[in-house]
Design a protein around this ligand. Sequence first.
Ligand code: GLA
Length: 401
Amino acid sequence: MRYRTLAKMTVTMQLAEEAVALSGDWTTAETRVFFAPGRANLLGAHMDYNGGWVMPVALSRGTCAAITPTKSGLLRLRSAQFPEEFISVPLKDLRPGRTQGWSAYAEGAIHVAMQAWGGLSGLDVALAADLPMAKGLSSSASVESVMVFALSHLLDVNPSVDEMIRLAHAAETEYVGVRCGILDQTAIFLAKENFVLRFDCTELTREYFPMDATKVLVAVMDTGVARELASSAFNARVAECTKALALVQERVPGIFCLRDVKRADLKAHADVLPPVLKRRVQHVVGEVERTEFGARALGRGDLAGFGASMTAAHDSLRDLFEVSTPELNAMVEAAVASPGCYGARLTGAGFGGCVVALVNPKDASGFESSVCEAYESNTGRSTKVQWFQPSGGPVECFMNP
Ligand code: GLA
């Protein structure tokens, strides 16, 4: 079977075929196939839940779902990544906390979509993904997003993109229980091919900066060390920022989130913050400045300036927000010392996973051999470079006639 999308996404074609093959005996004339990408955030780390700016791109890898409506009253779920674990649960039994396993992301999206839109009498879902899991590339948000997007089509509800972002985000916060901000789902739904998004997580406004593939490529390198988002220190960082905000608010009027804190406020009122919380706020203040500077740099085509902000963001994540690891630091060092690299930083929450770098395409092969060799000689671990251009958001995959 051959599939096509409205966008030119060759990787998605194979994934669509994989999802349909997995759907197997569930497949009927009503089966439809959808794709949602993953993302890499270039600037604005841990800014979403602090009300700041984020600057992500979507990746041409993600999750395909082959979805078949039924009358069974059941949600039946298969995943190519977990072939041994088949889920069958009455739709009416979906509730937060029902499971912590891989199916929670799809279940959560179905649960919140049913609450918002109703109308499901049974659903068979086969999932196939080509994003590494738990590596900071939003594999979980791509599952939530593909499910919300698919259900909006199946139920013919035509929601706004903001509503789909809200529901996919609610799947993560309410059903899975991670207190994440809206970066991941926003990056996925608002993505545009060959553009970097700059999204204001307070005002919810957006602007786009072109990223021309003849001038710059997105390189993603896996450290080989996975991280556990829900069980990791992520929720602890959110709690620290909430605490720091409350302390600053006691002194400075008109502060609604940490992004409102200016460098001068921090200097004048640093004594109100214990050292750990001061470092967290210092990161946020610096990252606000870097997203402003980075946006101006991208606006004038200054890739070196933007890349320098990415590398400075990594230093801040390492020293002030304290979410990096020795492997992530080794990978960033290897990347920035390699030919053609404009800048590099950990992507996602941190604590393991991948590094994202911007690279001049002329130096792609020199970069690749240099970064792999340096990382291996410094850590004893091997790595590969995956190359991307910013890609588009969710799509339906249509069968070729
Ligand atoms: C994870 C969360 C996002 C965001 C990033 C850090 O990906 O899901 O909401 O907080 O970490 O920028």
